[in-house]
Design a binder for this molecule. Structure first.
Ligand code: FES
Ligand code: FES
Length: 164
């Protein structure tokens, strides 16, 4: 729906909730989530597709929200870090990152969590090399990555044990 100023109403399902916000056609999905919907869990680092901090899931696929216009996600299911913990309890992936020290400052973490969810949906039992390869588009300036690799491995094992 176009408004008088040329802005558009954008509807999407965010973390399972139908939401609508007003955006310019050029508004980035990252800005729409953060400023339009007040969901600041998605972080913005480089704003040019390099760091992966802004990664969210769009219809289950990892996407750089800084390279996606909000209008491109019209009608889609968008999942962000805000939807991961249930009832105040960390998700299995979040808990694995906590337990394995897969974060320090946490700036990169929402992107890593989203990418990890996508990886485990695609490949529930990844090798370390597969984890490294899949997460190679996400940059962390703090951890040296070892804790992150261990966290993904732990999350995969936890999920496997839960489904056995
Ligand atoms: S902020 Fe989107 S990739 Fe860095
Ligand atoms: S934990 Fe600080 S950038 Fe990754």
């Amino acid at each position: 729906m176009e408004t008088r100023q040329g802005n558009v109403a954008v509807e999407m399902t965010v973390n399972g909730e139908p939401m609508v916000g007003i955006a310019e056609p050029r508004t980035l999905l990252s800005d729409f989530l953060r400023h339009g919907l007040g969901m600041t869990g998605t972080h913005v680092g480089c704003e040019q597709g390099v760091c992966g901090a802004c990664t969210v899931l769009i219809d289950g696929q990892p996407a750089r929200s800084c390279l996606t216009f909000a209008v491109q996600a019209e009608g889609c299911r968008v999942d962000t870090v805000e939807g991961m913990a249930e009832g105040g309890a960390l998700s299995d992936v979040q808990e694995a990152f906590r337990a394995e020290h897969g974060l320090q400052c946490g700036f990169c973490t929402p992107g890593f969590l989203a990418a990890t969810e996508a990886l485990l949906a695609e490949n529930p039992d990844p090798t370390d090399d597969e984890i490294r390869d899949y997460l190679s588009g996400n940059i962390c300036r703090c951890t040296g990555y070892q804790g992150i690799i261990a966290a993904v491995r732990r999350a995969a094992q936890t999920r496997k044990a839960a489904s056995a």
